[in-house]
Design a protein around this ligand. Sequence first.
Ligand SMILES: [Zn+2]
Length: 186
Amino acid sequence: MPPASRVPADSAGDVCIDTIATRAGLLCIQPLYCPLRRDTAAGPCYEWVMLIQCVARYLLRIGARHPFVNRVARHPAVVRSGYLFATFVGLVWGGCLSVGRLEEEKGVIVARGCPRWAFGRGGTTIGAVYLTCDNDSPDVLEHEAKHRAQWKHYGLAFVPLYLAAGPIASENRFEVEAGLAEGGYR
Ligand SMILES: [Zn+2]
């Protein structure tokens, strides 16, 4: 049997609040030290990414403490509505920014030719819509179709769940489930 955690649930929440405060404080002075970090592996956005991850984890912790919130978030009607809303947002975002027609391929609606600031990494799936510039090989579309299935399964709760899983693909269970090799991760 694994040893019990030495951090009780409540104080773990406090630790998280402290971490959020610390990271938010670091962000205030980030413009001062950002140029110095541009060549580091962490990159200039490291603190932002970690802050977002910490906020997402904190929100999930709140949800876990309140069974009612949990029940509502998991209700099939709420999940379905969240998925449809995300798809609507993806269609509007992709419809406005992509080049050419939106086409359904390999289980996702692909919006090609989007500017690179409009999505993360090589492309981003929002609901059923995959936004990308030109990263659309069959393997990648297969990977994104699995993200679509994750959206369908979790609804809008997928956002904090994905962010809380962290920015490192090999440690993010949703990326691992979608297939690291297919997604172009090494
Ligand atoms: Zn992915």
